[in-house]
Design a protein around this ligand. Structure first.
Ligand code: DAK
Length: 259
């Protein structure tokens, strides 16, 4: 795929791939082209057996400062409805492999929502998160009003969404929005370290575990528990389950093949 606004860096030796958002002058504002490229990259990497974990990152100054306000400014409601340009976001949600957001600088509006669509967030000490849409006369539209309260609870989500104020990385950690906060020099390495740990597991178990965790936010408890149990049973059809349990008994490291 010829991408202009993202850089894809496969690291097959580690079974991971990095996607770098690359509109630095615009603080990685998520315009339609960038979102389409991101969607295609995720679709390709999700289908690539050499890749088990995907990292999305930006640069030190910005993960992404939101959807591109200049591109949206003159749109009418009917334009938006007719083109449904934002449906690319649904595709990101459908990625089966785990996605880690490695965040430094601004993660605002759609940028924060993109983080919320990822499965884990590693933040640099300089990261700032916010849903400032209220300040430009709108509100979050890519999941912020739903995923943020599920991640951090109603009180903090309300405050962030209704005031538009940003929170810093330590506050994001305190309220459970991010997994860890590390110095800016190492945030990407830290995300890679986390990705490698996951990539060493059985990819089928990882996929079904991710799918099951996401159901916690989408289904009533009883149905979700049933869904979890079926996934658990299904893993007994894999060679990786046999390998994992045999390796435990034989006191060796398992070699998961993804079969
Ligand atoms: N869009 C377009 N350009 C942006 C931008 C954005 N979101 N954020 C920054 N830029 C551009 C600036 O216009 C500036 O460009 P020039 O003027 O130099 O040409 C350049 O990036 C550098 O920005 P600043 O000069 O403003 O830099 P500062 O360090 O002074 O300030 C800032 C950084 C991040 C505090 C500030 O740029 C800012 O407040 N940016 C806007 C943040 C924001 O309001 N974000 C939310 C946007 S609304 C949906 C999907 C997604 C969405 C909605 C629905 N569906 C699936 C339905 C998402 C909506 C949004 O994200």
């Amino acid at each position: 795929m010829d991408a202009e606004l993202i850089i894809i860096e496969p690291r097959f030796a580690d079974k991971i791939a990095l996607i770098k958002l690359n509109r630095p002058k615009e603080l990685n504002a998520l315009n339609l082209q960038l979102m389409l490229e991101l969607k295609s990259a995720l679709t390709e990497l999700d289908a690539n057996n050499e890749v088990r974990v995907i990292i999305i990152t930006g640069n030190e100054k910005a993960f992404a400062a939101g959807a591109d306000i200049k591109q949206m400014a003159d749109q009418s409601a009917i334009d938006m409805l007719r083109t449904d340009q934002f449906s690319t976001w649904d595709q990101i949600r459908k990625t089966k492999k785990p996605i880690i957001a490695a965040v430094s600088g601004f993660a605002l509006g759609g940028g924060c929502e993109l983080c919320l669509l990822c499965d884990m967030i590693v933040a640099s000490e300089t990261a700032q998160f916010g849903q400032p849409e209220i300040k430009i006369g709108v509100m979050p539209g890519a999941g912020g009003t739903q995923r943020l309260p599920r991640a951090v609870g109603k009180a903090m989500a309300m405050e962030m969404i209704l005031t538009g104020q940003f929170i810093d990385a330590n506050e994001a950690y305190r309220i459970g929005l991010v997994n860890k906060v590390v110095p800016v020099e190492i945030y990407l390495n830290e995300a890679v370290r986390l990705a490698r740990q996951i990539a060493a597991q059985s990819p089928i178990a990882v996929q079904l575990a991710k799918e099951s965790v996401l159901k916690a936010f989408e289904m009533p408890l009883q149905e979700a528990l049933y869904f979890e149990r079926k996934n658990f049973y299904m893993l007994f059809a894999t060679e990786d389950q046999k390998e994992g349990m045999a390796a435990f008994v034989e006191k060796r490291t398992p070699d998961f093949k993804g079969k």
